[in-house]
Design a protein around this ligand. Structure first.
Ligand code: PMP
Length: 286
C-alpha cells in the first residue's frame, strides 16, 4: 500500500481523508503538478515548483508550502514508496471552508489542502510505445480561457482521451479557430523540412515544463524551432510530429486523423529529441 502525503502527514493511502466541502471536490478549485522520477530522482523539479507557485498566484491561493519543503516532501514520498521510475502527483486546493459557497473563503480561517502521492511506472523511460509512436485524432477545444493555469478541471481533456480511444487512437489534439492548441495532456509539435513547429506560449495552452526544456535543447543542438500556430491540415502534411509532457517526455506521433506521417514510424527528429531530453533528465535529476 502506498504512503501518501496530506497536510503535513505521511499516511497509508486508505487513511488519508478529505472533507466533502473541500473546494477542490466541489468546484475544481485547485491546481496540480506531475513530476517524473527516473532512477529514484526528480526530473525538472525547479520548473514544476515554479509553475505551481505561478498557478497558485493566478488563483489568489496563498502558497502553503515553501520550495525547500516541497522538495523534501517529494523526496520523502519517493523514498517511502521505493519509486525508481514513476511520478509524483501534487495537488493544492483552496481548502475546506466547512460549507459550499461561490465566494472564496477567508484565507485566515481556511487553509489550502495539500496532497501528494506517487505512481510507480516501471519502464517509463524505455517505453515500447515510444518505439512505435502514438496516433491522435483532432477534436474541438472547448476548454476555458486560462489554460496556462494548471487547474484540476480535467473533465474535457478526459473526455477527449475517451473520444480518441473510441476512434481507435491514443490521444486527441484540440483545435481552436482552425489551429491546434495542444494535446489533452501534452504540448503538440510538427516537424517539416527539419524545422520544429509548436504553438507560442499564451493563455491558450499550458506552459509545459518539458516544452521549455526540449526547445532549449533543440536550440543547443542547432535544430530550427519556430514558435507559431499550425492547423490540422499542415499537421497532416508534416514529415513527423510529437508531443511532450512530464510523463511521456518526447513521444512520437505517427498518425493524425487516420493519415500516416512519413513512413508511419517515429521520425528522426522526434527520436533524437527524446534521446537528448532523456539524457539531460538523467544528468540533471535531483
Ligand atoms: N498541456 C496540457 C494540457 C497538459 O495537461 C500537460 C501536462 N500536464 C502539458 C501540456 C505538458 O506539460 P508538462 O511538460 O509540464 O508536463
Amino acid at each position: 500500500m502506498r504512503t501518501v502525503y496530506l497536510n503535513g502527514d505521511y499516511l497509508p493511502e486508505t487513511e488519508a481523508r478529505i472533507s466533502i466541502f473541500d473546494r477542490g471536490f466541489l468546484m475544481a478549485d485547485g491546481v496540480y503538478e506531475v513530476t517524473s522520477v527516473l532512477g529514484g530522482k526528480l526530473i525538472d523539479f525547479d520548473g514544476h515548483a515554479a509553475r505551481l507557485q505561478r498557478s497558485l498566484r493566478e488563483l489568489d491561493i496563498a502558497s502553503p508550502v515553501s520550495h525547500a519543503d516541497l522538495l523534501a516532501i517529494h523526496r520523502e514520498l519517493v523514498r517511502l514508496n521505493g519509486i525508481d521510475e514513476g511520478l509524483v502527483y501534487l495537488q493544492i486546493t483552496r481548502g475546506d471552508p466547512g460549507d459550499r459557497d461561490f465566494v472564496f473563503p477567508d484565507p485566515e480561517t481556511t487553509a489550502p489542502t495539500v496532497v501528494l502521492f506517487t505512481q510507480a511506472k516501471p519502464g517509463l523511460a524505455d517505453s515500447p510505445v515510444a518505439r512505435t509512436g502514438i496516433r491522435v485524432i483532432s477534436i474541438d477545444d472547448i476548454r476555458w480561457g486560462r489554460r496556462d493555469i494548471k487547474t484540476v478541471q480535467l473533465l474535457y481533456p478526459s473526455m477527449g482521451k475517451m473520444m480518441a480511444k473510441k476512434a481507435g487512437a491514443d490521444d486527441a489534439w484540440m483545435i481552436e479557430d482552425g489551429m491546434v492548441t495542444e494535446g489533452t495532456s501534452n504540448n503538440a509539435y510538427i516537424v517539416k523540412d527539419n524545422r520544429i513547429v509548436t504553438r507560442a506560449l499564451s493563455a491558450d495552452i499550458l506552459h509545459g515544463i518539458t516544452r521549455a526544456a526540449v526547445l532549449r535543447l533543440a536550440g543547443e543542438a542547432q535544430m530550427e524551432v519556430e514558435e507559431r500556430s499550425f492547423g490540422i491540415d499542415e499537421a497532416r502534411a508534416a514529415d513527423e510530429a510529437f508531443i511532450t509532457s512530464a510523463s511521456s517526455f518526447v513521444m512520437p506521433v505517427v498518425e493524425i486523423d487516420g493519415v500516416s506521417l512519413g513512413d508511419g514510424t517515429p521520425g528522426r527528429v522526434s527520436r533524437r529529441l527524446r534521446e537528448i531530453y532523456l539524457e539531460e533528465c538523467r544528468r540533471t535529476a535531483v
